[in-house]
Design a protein around this ligand. Structure first.
Ligand code: NDP
Length: 281
C-alpha cells in the first residue's frame, strides 16, 4: 500500500488551522525564517513554508540576506530574534554558504524557538528522551509509520544515512519507540544484507534508486526520504516501481515524506508558542 504523505500532511495542516481558529490565535504566533543567498531550491522551500503559515494563520517573517553575510552578523540576527517577543519560532534555511559554520549559528538559536530541533540543546534533549522540539523530517516519518497501524516497538528498523537533519535523529526517535535500530552509511559493507533484515526501512541518502528489490524484505515498511532531481523530475532513493510489489507500505516521491516535513514544522511552531497540540496530530 502506498502511504499518502500529501493527504496525511493536509489533514494535519487542517487540524492545526482549526486549532488556531478555535483558540482565536490567528496571526498571534510568529515564525522567523532566515534565508541566506540565492539557492533556487531554498527559495522554493521557504515559499512553501510561508504559504503553509498563511494557510494555518501563523505570521511569518522572512529575513533575506546576501551570500556574503558574515557569521558574526548572522549570529547577531539570531540573537535579536531570540530576544524578540513576537517571534515564537526561528528557522535557518539550510544549506548556508560554505564560509559559515551552520551548526555554530544553529546553536545560538534559543532551544525553545528552535523549530527545526537541530540546536545542540535539542539534540541532547532528544537523546535523553526529554520533551523538546524535534527535527521535522524524522518526526513526520514517525507519523507516517503510525498511519500504517504497525507497532514500532520490537521491530527491526534500518536507517540508511546518518546526517544531523535526518539519519541521526531518526535513529533516536525509533529507539525511543523501542525499535531495534541499525544505522547504515557510506562505509557500510554489504548494505543489502543489512537492509534486507529490516521490518522498517528508512532511506535518507540522496542517490536515485540506491535501494532496489534485493535490499528489501517482503512485507517491510519502506520510507523514502531522498529527493533527487533529474530532467526536471523528482526521484527518491528507492526504486519505487520495483519495491512497491514487495513492501507492505511504501512512500512515493514526491508526495511522501516531503509534505510531512512542512506539516511538522507548522506543528513545531505552534508548540514553540506554548500550545499543547499532541491531540491535533
Ligand atoms: P546528507 O548528504 O547529509 O547525508 C547522506 C547520508 O547518506 C550520509 O550519512 C552518507 O554516509 C550516506 N550515504 C551516502 N552514500 C551512501 C551509500 N552508498 N550507502 C549508504 N549510505 C550512504 O543528506 P541528508 O540526510 O540531508 O538528505 C538525504 C536525502 O534526503 C537527500 O536526497 C535530501 O534531499 C533528502 N531530504 C529530504 C527531506 C524531505 O523533507 N523529504 C528533508 C531532508 C532531506 P556518510 O555519513 O558515511 O557520509
Amino acid at each position: 500500500m502506498i502511504i499518502d504523505g500529501k493527504n496525511i500532511a493536509n489533514q494535519i495542516r487542517l487540524n492545526l488551522k482549526q486549532f488556531v481558529l478555535k483558540n482565536d490565535i490567528q496571526d498571534k504566533i510568529g515564525l522567523a525564517v532566515v534565508l541566506v543567498g540565492q539557492d533556487p531550491a531554498s527559495h522554493i522551500y521557504v515559499n512553501n513554508k510561508v504559504r503553509a503559515c498563511t494557510q494555518i494563520g501563523i505570521r511569518s517573517m522572512v529575513y533575506k540576506l546576501p551570500d556574503n553575510i558574515s557569521q558574526v552578523e548572522l549570529v547577531q540576527l539570531v540573537d535579536s530574534l531570540n530576544q524578540d517577543r513576537i517571534i515564537d519560532g526561528i528557522l535557518l534555511q539550510l544549506p548556508l554558504p560554505s564560509h559559515i559554520d551552520a551548526q555554530k549559528v544553529i546553536d545560538h538559536i534559543d532551544s525553545k524557538k528552535d523549530v527545526d530541533g537541530l540546536s545542540k540543546n535539542n539534540v541532547y534533549n532528544l537523546q535523553k528522551g526529554y520533551d523538546c522540539l524535534k527535527p521535522c523530517t524524522p518526526l513526520g516519518i514517525m507519523k507516517l509509520i503510525a498511519s500504517t497501524g504497525v507497532v514500532v516497538e520490537g521491530k527491526h528498523a534500518v536507517v540508511v544515512g546518518r546526517s544531523e537533519i535526518v539519519g541521526k535523529p531518526m535513529v533516536q526517535l525509533l529507539n525511543l519507540s523501542n525499535a531495534t535500530v541499525t544505522n547504515c552509511h557510506s562505509l557500510t559493507s554489504n548494505l543489502a544484507q543489512l537492509t534486507s533484515l529490516a521490518d522498517i526501512l528508512i532511506v535518507a541518502v540522496g542517490q536515485r534508486h540506491l535501494i532496489g528489490v534485493k535490499h528489501v524484505k517482503k512485507g517491510a515498511i519502506v520510507i523514502d526520504v531522498g529527493i533527487n532531481r533529474l530532467d526536471n523530475k523528482l526521484y527518491g532513493d528507492v526504486d519505487f516501481e520495483q519495491v512497491k510489489d514487495i513492501a507492505s507500505y511504501i512512500t512515493p516521491v514526491p508526495g511522501g515524506v516531503g509534505p510531512m516535513t512542512i506539516a511538522m514544522l507548522m506543528s513545531n511552531v505552534i508548540k514553540a508558542a506554548g500550545y499543547d497540540i499532541k491531540t491535533m496530530l
